[in-house]
Design a protein around this ligand. Sequence first.
Ligand code: HEC
Length: 140
Amino acid sequence: MPKISKKFLTIWAPVLLMFVLIVALSLIGLYYSLKVSDGIGLNTKKVSVAAGENIFYKLGCVRCHNIKVLGIKGGHVGPDLSGAYSDVEKVYRENVNNFLKYPSGTMYFVLMFNKLSKEDRKTITEELKKAQEIKNKTEK
Ligand code: HEC
């Protein structure tokens, strides 16, 4: 075997392989993160007809959140939003509307490429306030 080829095989081939692997993995990661954000994606085409006009279905929030007191059953990736109206103020020291405008934690990534419109934020805040009121009543 010629000298150069051996050097190539023992040093550069592994380095190259690692490089290709890293690039491939980043591309796969990027693909899935875009796919997910399209899924949660405030993409009204994917809305089920049964869900009607409810904002949490329309915007895909139900993929990760339940809102039990409003009878909304969804995923369990995120917390039940029944008490989010108060919880957000306690945890993030700001109201839901501002939290959704300048989100942190997981919601930062959820909304990174899907900024909510002012109208949507307002509707969500109103709905979560309603949920909170029902929750407070039923817990007494
Ligand atoms: C990909 C899953 C996912 C989607 C989709 C999603 N969320 Fe979340 N959300 C989370 C997770 C996880 C948390 C928990 C907070 C954290 O860990 O940062 C959270 C937290 C929240 C909170 C704070 C709740 C609390 O009690 O602290 C609110 C409010 C919220 N989400 C609203 C929404 C709204 C409105 C939508 C739809 C526009 C939505 N989320 C879509 C995953 C999601």
